[in-house]
Design a protein around this ligand. Structure first.
Ligand code: NAG
Length: 216
């Protein structure tokens, strides 16, 4: 009798916890990435903790300006798990962004992270666009010392609106936030998205679509 009553309750509770639990928090101090680990997991397997040293937690060089002599006039130096193995499982990353005068960090998305951008030098116009159906542009001119948030998954951009170089530090809520540059993703995929699809979607003639695909 007791079993007939309690068993369904236990089963129900088990499924409740299986379906409503979220990612567990860390069960250890750190898990320095072992890039050679044979097991493919969501992230990287851990280096033997007794073999870990201070350099596993260090990235040097964020003081060095990157070369912005390119078509957009900006350059991002990422510090994610691939260049700082101690970030594995910790849920954060950082980047330095250099902007030439009037340089643009083109509209892009981080599929796995919210970002907070802090301006160290110069003035930037920063903005993001809300999802459908509003597609509202929320933008702001940022000065040195300002911090601005780009919510996870939304298209965002920055432009240096000054005639001197600008520098910002971006902190992101993932060891591997991912980047989708909208122009490259749409017009620069390999193989290309068929031109008739982009023509209808962007209301452009196919010649213009092919021209954009050639450039990107
Ligand atoms: C970004 O800067 C680095 C270091 O200066 C340089 O090696 C790289 O080619 C630059 N990337 C682009 C896209 O300009």
């Amino acid at each position: 009798m007791a079993v007939r009553i309690f068993l369904p309750i236990i089963v129900a509770f088990t499924f409740f916890f299986l379906s409503y639990s979220s990612d567990p928090t860390s069960l250890q101090d750190f898990c320095v990435a072992d890039f050679q680990g044979p097991v493919k997991v969501n992230g990287f397997t851990c280096k033997d903790p007794t073999q870990v040293n201070a350099n596993d937690f260090l990235f040097s060089g964020l003081h060095i300006p990157a070369n912005t002599a390119n078509s957009v006039g900006s350059n991002v130096t990422h510090v994610f798990v691939d260049s700082l193995r101690g970030l594995n499982t910790l849920g954060i990353g950082i980047a330095r962004i250099d902007y030439a005068p009037y340089g643009v960090n083109a509209p892009h998305i981080h599929p796995r992270a919210t970002e907070i951008l802090t301006v160290l030098e110069g003035s930037l116009l920063a903005g993001f666009v809300t999802s459908n159906p509003e597609n509202r542009l929320i933008s702001k001119v940022l000065q040195k010392g300002d911090a601005f948030v780009f919510p996870m998954g939304l298209i965002h951009f920055q432009k240096n609106i000054g005639n001197t170089n600008a520098v910002a530090i971006a902190t992101l809520g993932s060891q591997n936030p991912g980047v989708i540059i909208v122009a490259n993703g749409v017009f620069g995929s390999s193989p290309p998205i068929p031109a008739d699809i982009l023509s209808k979607s962007f209301q452009l003639d196919e010649k213009t679509v092919l021209e954009l695909q050639k450039r990107l």
